[in-house]
Design a protein around this ligand. Structure first.
Ligand code: WT7
Length: 580
């Protein structure tokens, strides 16, 4: 099938420099992701190769060669420079999965900016929190989303609002219209001289407490992303690759842009709502060969059955991978039946920047297991009490990694203490660099797993209260804070509730303010309140009214108690509970 080598072969004498060889990248060459994903590909004689195949909501189609991506990303880079955006400034990309997103992403990196992609379904509150934290200088968006930006801009240090699609006559105040297709051709652009440690992409991710945290990545991440894309996604020069993730989330940048384009693969994007038929049609029409998707999508396809699969010619598909949530054994078995090959599960996080535990191609698949650590990754599960690596097969502990892989996040923006708290063996006041370089430290992922006698990792669950709905993490704190702003609600605890397709959905347990009844109207009003303030993902699918919420003696709401009740699990140690 390909020349990626067996897992055992790759473990032997592994060195991250292999990534450089695969990219033909030599020390001293410019290390800038924007450049490596466009200019450099053109310089390798692939200027006319298709870089992007795009299909929009109403079926409109466009495709771009690597040379077009090169020239258009130059235009974005120059335009941002002309607007006074400086290297290191955060530039948010806030739009649907339209071509401008993918191309401006490279443009921002080319001029040295830090790309901050945000999910376009975010409403003004979710947007504001992330722009404030990042002290974002400029935002690229579309007319459709301008109203959200207008609502919050007065309170933010955001000085440049650029609209890349829509009607220029609808712009207000100092908003700028920039249509790259009408802009002057920028054939040459001097890229910012970034190096391996220069900040590149800033992704916000939700934690249990506090507001979302900005995981800062660097240009050197490309080596980890490209090598994993080559060895695990098995991306080869002639692949037509479809990563279904939105670049508002890390999969959509690490593998939906960087890994794919650094390897000169043709990247497909379908910017439209999900239906199984539409997805199969897209695979058939574009002859997709490699497909990277998520368990929720796979379970949705599964629900629509194999008969539908048979109506399409999906014979182009040769390799399937999955990420984001536990991939249940049934889904793996079903994919073998439906597509003639299993979806291979991969495990990683926003913080890790690239795949960490994978079903390496060629390795026997144990349905339900995440596979083994990628070559070069030292992974363990740490004892829940002692934090020592567990040697006993099957015993559950915390998934942890030895720092040092290229795509690891370099900090949580302005939250060094939170960064340090993710490392076992690092002092609480350690700088991010000390956390990564100290002897004998582990980065702790926040997930639980066990390792079987063959070295396969089996996911057990998260170690915190973060909710994973359809592969998207949502933080309970962000939703609780918004809920108590609703006039009817006095207190709120947000937990994940089991869901057949999405794995979890958001459930809110609330205490009402005096004088409020919980009828259908109130329920709907609360749901809409969250949807319009945060996002559809954050909207509770169920709201349960309680007389009071379980709390610790110090007044902290015990979500894990509510969650255990919801999942029918043992409630565990309640000695810190306020009262019964
Ligand atoms: C969290 C990270 C990495 C790209 C998308 C998510 C969960 C991720 C798996 C998997 C079980 C998984 C974990 C992890 N997760 N992959 N293969 N099996 N759980 O990035 O938003 O940072 O979420 O997603 O809980 O910590 P993210």
């Amino acid at each position: 099938m390909s020349n990626i080598g067996s897992y055992e072969q790759r473990l032997e004498g592994f060195d991250w420099n292999i990534a450089k060889q695969i990219l033909n990248w030599e020390e001293g060459e410019l290390l800038n992701i924007g450049h490596m994903c466009s200019d450099r590909i053109c310089a390798q004689g692939k200027a006319d190769k298709t870089a992007l195949i795009w299909e929009g909501f109403s079926g409109e189609k466009r495709s771009y060669t690597f040379d077009e991506v090169r020239v258009l990303s130059n235009a974005y880079a120059k335009f941002l420079q002309d607007q006074g955006v400086k290297p290191g400034d955060r530039v948010c990309i806030f739009m649907e999965k339209i071509p401008a997103l993918y191309i401006s992403f490279l443009g921002i990196l080319k001029m040295g900016g830090v790309a901050q992609p945000l999910f376009s379904a975010f409403e003004h509150d979710s947007l504001e929190v992330r722009l404030r934290s990042a002290e974002t200088k400029a935002i690229l968006t579309t007319q459709k989303h301008l109203k959200k930006v207008r609502k919050i801009i007065d309170d933010l240090p955001l000085d440049t609002v650029i609209c890349v699609e829509g009607n220029p006559a609808k712009l207000k105040g100092e908003e700028i219209f920039f249509n790259v297709d009408e802009a002057q051709r920028v054939d040459q652009f001097e890229c910012f001289e970034s190096g391996p440690e220069t900040p590149s992409v800033l992704h916000y991710t939700s934690g249990t407490t506090g507001q979302p945290k900005g995981a800062q990545h660097v240009h050197g991440s490309v080596f980890g992303q490209a090598l994993t894309a080559h060895w695990v996604l098995d991306l080869q020069d002639d692949d037509i690759y479809w990563c279904t993730a939105d670049p508002g989330w890390v999969t959509g940048t690490s593998y939906g842009i960087i890994g794919a384009w650094a390897l000169a693969a043709t990247n497909c994007v379908l910017d439209s709502g999900f239906t199984s038929a539409k997805w199969y049609q897209f695979v058939q029409e574009n002859k997709v060969t490699v497909w990277y998707s998520a368990p929720t999508a796979i379970r949705s396809l599964m629900r629509d059955g194999t008969d539908l699969v048979k109506q399409y010619d999906l014979s182009s598909l040769r390799h399937l991978c999955s990420v984001g949530e536990p991939l249940n054994a049934e889904a793996v078995v079903w994919s073998e039946e439906a597509f003639g090959k299993p979806f291979l599960d991969t495990f990683w996080q926003t913080e890790t920047g690239a795949m960490m535990i994978t079903n390496y191609p060629g390795m026997p698949v144990k349905p339900g297991s995440m596979g083994k650590p990628f070559p070069g990754i030292e992974a363990a599960v740490l004892d829940l009490k002692t934090n020592e690596p567990i040697t006993e097969p099957g015993k559950v502990g915390l998934i942890a990694f030895r720092p040092g892989w290229p795509s690891m996040f370099r900090e949580y923006r302005n939250q060094h203490d939170v960064y340090a708290s993710k490392f076992v063996g690092a002092p609480a006041d350690a700088t991010p660099e000390q956390c990564r370089t100290a002897d004998d430290v582990w980065y702790v992922s926040g997930d639980r797993a066990s390792i079987d006698p063959d070295g396969y990792f089996w996911f057990v669950g998260r170690d915190d209260d973060v909710i994973n709905t359809g592969g998207h993490l949502v933080g309970p704190f962000e939703i609780e804070s918004a809920l108590i702003e609703h006039e009817a609600i006095a207190e709120a605890a947000v937990i994940g509730k089991p869901d057949e397709v999405n794995m979890e959905v958001v459930k809110a347990c609330v205490v009402l303010n005096p004088g409020f009844e919980f009828d259908d109207m109130t329920e709907l009003s609360v749901m809409n309140f969250i949807r319009k303030k945060l996002s559809p993902l954050a909207m509770p699918q169920e709201i349960e009214v309680k007389d009071k919420l379980p709390k610790t003696r110090s007044g902290k709401i015990l979500r894990r108690y509510l969650k255990a009740l919801e999942w029918g699990e043992e409630v565990g140690d309640l000695s810190t509970l306020e009262d019964d």
